[in-house]
Design a protein around this ligand. Structure first.
Ligand SMILES: Nc1nc2c(ncn2[C@@H]2O[C@H](COP(=O)(O)OP(=O)(O)O)[C@@H](O)[C@H]2O)c(=O)[nH]1
Ligand SMILES: [Mg+2]
Length: 351
């Protein structure tokens, strides 16, 4: 999965990127990409039990795209070209106060949110117009343009200044416009970048306006104190908990963001375990055992015979795989079994 970090200049995008990926952002204004490891206490626990040679957490790729400034003549659609292939967008809005970091229009996170939202809508308009024109031409030439009807639906939504996310399409319609990569169709999560005092006081400018706006639009959000959280993440583990408590946060930035992303996108994790590797796999909620197997390897999906499944809770209650077998808690499931969050699965297959 790949997530693009967008927002106004100086909102704290690169700082958040550092927090999520532990890596430096790209230099020379180039887009940077790095992997964020999704923390999971269940994986920690399984790793303690199996002591595998390798432990692999779920991962999210983050793209830090610098350089866009509304109203400065930058071409929005060209800029957004760089985030076209991402699965979701995290929009950083600045709430933090600082004498050294200028804020051209003051600290107005709700206004900034709307500005970017507007830019995304405009970018989608230009895609839509191009696609409509092309489809219409095809029609004139006597060809078929099955996407035309869906594009008309998209147009009606964009005309109301609403994001395409709010348009209900069936599977077939989705397929027809998937490759157009409309930006307002992508899941959006807002990260409000606050300073220490705002984090501790749970207050920042325009908080009510922003929260109401997000609620109305059904957009999930989280509050981060990126700069401070980066510093904390570099401390010794013992000190980390202490400073986090002081700041009033219980979980790391990446943990909070991952929860928002997984929740919003309907994602769950299943696990594979053994002496070689303990590993988390991310799938959509509702995937069958066979489809989940395809996450690991297409051969396993193709040659799927059955899945041996034990829930994480049952496994922990037993403490080991032999004990799970002894108690008869291993379930043999067929290809149509719907995988649950936390399932520990061993696939049997034949190719
Ligand atoms: N005081 C303060 N400064 C911050 C905070 N977050 C980011 N900054 C600073 O704001 C500036 C812009 O941050 P950056 O992450 O580079 O923003 P970007 O332009 O959106 O990538 C940098 O100098 C950061 O150190 C914060 O929470 N508090
Ligand atoms: Mg930056």
């Amino acid at each position: 999965m790949k997530i693009g970090i967008i927002g106004m200049p100086q909102s704290g995008k690169s700082t958040l990127f550092r927090l999520l990926t532990n890596s430096q952002s790209g230099l020379n204004g180039k887009a940077a990409i790095a992997v964020g490891k999704v923390p999971d206490q269940r994986i920690d626990r399984l790793s303690e039990i199996f002591k595998p040679r390798k432990t692999t957490y779920a991962a999210i790729d983050f793209v830090d795209v610098p350089g866009f400034a509304a109203g400065t003549g930058n071409n929005a659609s060209e800029f957004f070209e760089k985030v076209r292939d991402v699965d979701a967008l995290v929009l950083v809005v600045r709430a933090f106060q600082s004498d050294t970091v200028p804020a051209a229009n003051g600290i107005q996170p709700a206004v900034d949110f709307n500005t970017i939202q507007q830019e995304l809508l405009i970018a989608d308009w230009s895609i839509l117009e191009r696609r409509l024109e092309r489809a219409a031409k095809q029609r004139v030439k006597g060809g078929s343009a099955p996407e035309l009807a869906v594009l008309e639906k998209c147009k009606a939504v964009l005309e109301e200044d609403r994001p395409l996310r709010q348009l209900d399409l069936d599977e077939e319609e989705e397929q027809l416009i998937r490759d157009f990569n409309f930006l307002t169709k992508k899941p959006l999560i807002v990260a409000v970048n606050v300073d220490e005092a705002q984090m501790q006081g749970q207050a920042y400018p325009q908080k009510d306006e922003l929260e109401q706006e997000l609620r109305e639009k059904g957009i999930p959000s989280l509050v981060v104190c990126s700069q401070m959280e980066v510093e904390i993440s570099q401390l010794e583990p013992e000190d980390r908990a202490l400073f986090m408590a002081e700041l009033g946060i219980e979980e790391t930035g990446i943990a909070r963001l991952a929860q928002a992303v997984y929740g919003d996108l309907g994602l769950i994790s299943f696990f594979t375990v053994g002496e070689d590797e303990v590993r988390a796999w991310t799938i959509r909620d509702g995937f069958t055992a066979r489809k989940a197997a395809g996450k690991i390897h297409s051969d396993i999906e193709r040659g799927f015979i059955r899945a041996e499944v034990v829930s994480y809770a049952d496994f922990i209650a037993c403490g080991s795989l032999p004990k799970v077998k002894e108690k008869g808690l291993f379930r043999l499931e067929g290809k149509d079994y719907i995988v649950k969050d936390g399932d520990i699965i061993s696939f049997r297959f034949n190719v």
